[in-house]
Write a protein that binds this ligand. Structure first.
Ligand code: FE2
Ligand code: FE2
Length: 289
């Protein structure tokens, strides 16, 4: 997808090197697409389709999540001293703001009542950015599978699903950029500071895993309690009319993750942790679960 100049050599592209940083920034700029959420031709829905859409329980949570993510990522451009990488993070911030605008446009058009939160202000910028990024690695992985299930089930009109395809592709780019950036960030530190950075990342990932594990425990037992709706990508298969088991959902997520990641330059590092956890669960879970 990204145009990569011939002077890059896959065999000699060490993470954190100037070439790796150039490739990372360039991949992000080259794959950015233009669209305007305020000028989308929203499809007309039948009464039943409208009821399904407005009945989805996660709109409020989606708007809140985008508020935190978009404001955190936009501010995080200041963390990066490399001008190109800083510009790429700022562009990601713009894309996240656009997700928030898209949700605002959709909920306004179809009359979904939403309370828009006050803009989120990050408190500890790097920690907040890491938390948002690792959170996206989980949420996007599940969103890829759910999106495919929604498309295949025909529960929502194809025209509506198509509106969200650029959002899915942006989330692929975001997590791809993020895992490479984390590596660059760590390698830029003096060697004696790297273990602490690694430990901080591990702690943030653990917090994200614990939160998802709590949600996963509620799967199969009907509706997730409101307290766990924040991980709506884990429970949403119950809401999109897709008769799928957890085993089937994991399989679909793995398949979609591989398919979407394959479009991008093979010299960029891939998110590995979430697919590895999903693959392990997929192997041990019974198919009927
Ligand atoms: Fe987003
Ligand atoms: Fe994102």
């Amino acid at each position: 997808m990204s145009a990569v100049p011939a002077d890059f050599d896959a065999a000699t592209l060490p993470p954190g090197s100037p070439e790796h940083k150039r490739l990372l920034a360039r991949f992000f700029f080259d794959t950015h697409v233009e669209y305007d959420p305020e000028h989308i031709a929203w499809p007309t829905l039948s009464t039943e389709e409208h009821r399904r859409l407005t009945g989805l329980p996660f709109w409020q949570e989606a708007v809140s999540t985008e508020n935190v993510t978009s404001n955190t990522v936009t501010a995080a451009a200041a963390l990066e001293s490399d001008p190109e990488l800083s510009r790429a993070i700022a562009l990601q911030g713009f894309e996240e703001q656009r997700h928030a605008r898209l949700l605002a446009a959709l909920t306004a058009h179809y009359g979904i009542p939403i309370e828009f939160p006050r803009p989120y202000t990050p408190h500890k910028l790097e920690d907040d950015f890491l938390f948002a990024g690792f959170g996206e690695c989980f949420d996007s992985f599940f969103a890829f599978g759910l999106f495919a299930l929604a498309r295949e089930s025909g529960y929502f009109p194809a025209a509506l699903v198509t509106v969200f395809e650029p959002v899915m592709e942006e989330e692929v780019r975001h997590i791809l950029f993020f895992v490479n950036w984390v590596k660059v960030r760590r390698l830029q530190l003096p060697w004696w500071k790297r273990p602490a950075f690694r430990a901080r990342c591990a702690w943030i990932i653990l917090k994200q895993v614990a939160s998802r594990a709590q949600t996963a425990r509620t799967l199969g037992g009907g509706d997730a309690p409101a307290a766990t709706r924040e991980n709506f990508t884990l429970t949403a298969h119950q809401d999109i009319g897709a008769p799928v088991t957890l085993h089937g959902l994991l399989g679909k997520c793995l398949q979609e993750n591989d398919r979407r990641m394959a479009h991008y330059d093979a010299r960029l590092l891939r998110p590995r942790l979430v697919p590895a956890i999903a693959r392990a669960l997929y192997r041990v879970l019974p198919k009927r679960l």
